[in-house]
Write a protein that binds this ligand. Sequence first.
Ligand code: AQP
Length: 342
Amino acid sequence: MDKIFSGVQPTGNLHIGNYLGAIKNFVELQNNGKARCFYCVVDLHAITVWQDPINLKKEIMETAAVFLAAGIDPKKSIIFNQSKVLFHSELAWILNCICRIGWLNRMTQFKEKAGKNREKVSVGLYNYPVLMAADILAYKSNYVPVGEDQKQHLELARDIAQKFNYDYSVNFFPEIKPLIFGKATRVMSLRNGNSKMSKSDISDYSRINLTDSADLIYNKIKKAKTDSNEIMGIEALDENGNIKSEILYSRPEAVNLLNIYSALADIEIKETLQNFQGKEFRYLKDSISEILVEVIVPLGNKIKDMLEDKTYILDILNDGAEKARGDAEKNLKEIKEIIGFI
Ligand code: AQP
């Protein structure tokens, strides 16, 4: 049976990028019923940058609440938080001894996150992709639904799995395949169309959080950056129906808003362009706000309702961890046997 693994960091401010690019797809894959799905609150990843302990507890609960409110069903999927299953850390050490330093040095997300401060960030931040490989491989998962920003990390995870198989002359780990799909694989900031919408952006106006009120959503979209031209038409598309690269380059904010609308309305970008061609941005912004309020506000309300019953969430996380441990333990036993541990 196929295995699907994916995780979300409990680092607060979950936004429509996380939802449209990842969590919504988790639900779709779960409902396909073709694979065993592991959806994890990756709290070990969160501490690669310092987290306030009281706040971290709150964010773990909130991320689990988002999973549940979005439709991840504990009867169909295994929902748990990473630190409860020790096998992730144990396998990460083993894979640290497989992964090459040169491979980690190529990771662009580390370069972006560390910036000029490279000598002062944690070793964990540098090592993060190896733990991610361990998360996936502890369950011998072959499919990983993520947003586009995680593509490079998944390529590394695949390389680590292949090198393990090669070094020990086994065919133990499966090939890891990223599942990057939907109309919003990379939602950009509302303030800068060249940066990814991100939880850690200091401007709250750069993103729509899943718990934002209707008023705040209207306000954020009203203030979203655009450009001084009117909205383009279908001439912006190339022969494959994608936005031409020169338009993406010259009008990133306009393209981002059109993509967000298409994803929320679940229509092709061509239809969105046809609907708004030649109009001023305020028409597009009004439509985005309306649909966001329709989709995100009920989700936000569900998240808040879920958080009223903390015992329910904790029970689900404990139960999920128990099931995850069962799968991982069996795999780790075989991995240790392959390595030669006694
Ligand atoms: N802007 C985005 N568009 C589409 N998908 C996105 N994801 C994140 N941002 C976007 C996807 O959401 C999943 C969970 O992400 P994460 O919590 O593990 O961390 P991240 O990718 O580092 O998310 P952020 O929001 O950008 O957080 P910070 O600011 O802490 O770096 C992943 O599948 C991710 O691809």
